[in-house]
Design a protein around this ligand. Structure first.
Ligand code: DAH
Length: 346
C-alpha cells in the first residue's frame, strides 16, 4: 500500500505540473483529491489494515494529500501569471500616441452678445443687476405704475402661476420684462443709481419669425440729480457705436409706457444704408430699437426714492432683436431651439 501511495504521488505531481489551463487543473484536482478520487479510494481501505500499519499508512496518505494540494495551488499561480503575460504580449499600448482632443464648447450667441453689452455699459459706469424670472404681480406691474385695471396690462400677455406670494404682492408671474429689476435695485441701493439688468423674459404669445414666448431684454436705469434725456441720448449713441464698431446716430420719437413720463422710442441710424434708406429700415434710414423715458414719479416712490430731489431715465431693449440685427438672423426661432448647426456658426 505504501508503494501504491508513492506511485500515485509521483503520477499526480507530474499531471498537475503538466496542466495547461485552470480548467484542466480543476479536473486533475477532482481526479485525485475529489470525493471519488484515487487518493480517497486508498484512504477508504485504511480501515481494513492491521493495527500496526494503520498509523503509518494514515500518516503517509495525509502527507501526500497536503503535498498535492500545495502543488495544485502553485500551479494555479503559475498559470495565472502565464495568462497575464500572454495578454500583455497580445495587447500593445503605444503610450506615445497623441490623446483624443476634447471638444470645447463656446457661449451661445445670446450670452456672447450679453457679455459685450455688459462690458460696454460697465465701462460707462453702470453696474449689472440680476432679478428673479418668476416675479410677483406687484414688481412686474403695480410698482411700475401699471395698476390692475390699467389697459396697459394688455400690452404684455402674461403667464400667471397658480401660487400667490402674499396679498400685497399678488400672484406670481413669469416676468414679462426686465423692468421689475428697476424697483428691486432702487429698494436695495437707493439713489444715485446707474444699472443695467439683462435677462430672460416671457410672454404668452404665438410664435412666428419675429416673436417667441421666451426672449432676452436689457433694462437700463440712471438716477441722479439734474439728469435729462440728453444724457440718455449720449449714452445710447456711445453704447451702439462701441457695440457695432462704427459711428451710430440715435433719435427720439414720442412713445407711451406707464413707467415713464415723458415716454419715448429710440431709433438708431440704419447700419446697412447709413441712413440713406434700404429694405431693412423700410426706406426710413432708421431702425426702431427701444422704449425709454424719464422715470415716472410713482415708480421712484415705489422704489423708495425722493422724486423731488432725484430724477432719471430708464430704457428697455430686446437683446434678442439686437442679436438678430447684428448677425442678420431672419428667424427668432433659431436662437432658442438648440440646433447645433445654427449655434456652431457663431
Ligand atoms: N418694459 C418695456 C417692454 O418690455 C420696455 C421699456 C420701455 C423699458 C420703456 C423701460 C422704458 O425701462 O422706460 O416693452
Amino acid at each position: 500500500m505504501q508503494h501504491q501511495l508513492q506511485e500515485l504521488r509521483t503520477e499526480a505531481l507530474q499531471k498537475i505540473q503538466n496542466c495547461k489551463s485552470q480548467a484542466e487543473l480543476l479536473e486533475t484536482e477532482k481526479a485525485y483529491l475529489g470525493k471519488t478520487g484515487s487518493l480517497q479510494e486508498i484512504l477508504k481501505s485504511v480501515k481494513d489494515l492491521s493495527a500496526d500499519k494503520k498509523p503509518v499508512i494514515g500518516k503517509l496518505s495525509n502527507e501526500v494529500k497536503k503535498e498535492l494540494e500545495a502543488e495544485i495551488e502553485l500551479q494555479k499561480q503559475t498559470l495565472k501569471k502565464l495568462e497575464i503575460e500572454a495578454k500583455l504580449n497580445s495587447e500593445f499600448l503605444d503610450v506615445t500616441l497623441p490623446g483624443q482632443k476634447p471638444e470645447i464648447g463656446h457661449l451661445h450667441l445670446i450670452p456672447q452678445t450679453q457679455k459685450e453689452v455688459e462690458e460696454i455699459f460697465a465701462e460707462l459706469g453702470f453696474a449689472v443687476m440680476d432679478g428673479p424670472e418668476v416675479e410677483s404681480e406687484y414688481y412686474n406691474f403695480e410698482a411700475l405704475n401699471i395698476p390692475d385695471t390699467h389697459p396697459a396690462r394688455d400690452m404684455q400677455d402674461t403667464f400667471f402661476l397658480d401660487n400667490k406670494l402674499d396679498d400685497e404682492h399678488g400672484r406670481m408671474v413669469l416676468r414679462t420684462h426686465t423692468s421689475p429689476v428697476q424697483i428691486r435695485s432702487m429698494l436695495t441701493h437707493g439713489a444715485p443709481l446707474r444699472i443695467i439688468a439683462p435677462g430672460r423674459v416671457f410672454r404668452y404669445e404665438a410664435t412666428d419669425a419675429s416673436h417667441d414666448a421666451i426672449f432676452h431684454q436689457v433694462e437700463g436705469l440712471l438716477i441722479d440729480e439734474n439728469i435729462s434725456l440728453a444724457h440718455l441720448k449720449g449714452v445710447m449713441a456711445e453704447f451702439l457705436t462701441r457695440l457695432f464698431g462704427q459711428k451710430v446716430k440715435v433719435r427720439f420719437r414720442p412713445g407711451y409706457f406707464p413707467f415713464v413720463e415723458p415716454g419715448l422710442e429710440l431709433d438708431f441710424s440704419c447700419l446697412l444704408c447709413n441712413g440713406g434708406g434700404c429694405r431693412v429700415c423700410k426706406q426710413s434710414g432708421w431702425v426702431e430699437f427701444m422704449g425709454a423715458g424719464m422715470v415716472h414719479p410713482n415708480v421712484l416712490k415705489a422704489g423708495g426714492i425722493d422724486s423731488e430731489k432725484y430724477q432719471g431715465w430708464a430704457f428697455g431693449f430686446g437683446l434678442t432683436r439686437l442679436v438678430m440685427m447684428k448677425h442678420k438672423i431672419t428667424d427668432i426661432r433659431y436662437l432658442m431651439n438648440g440646433d447645433l448647426r445654427f449655434i456652431n456658426q457663431f
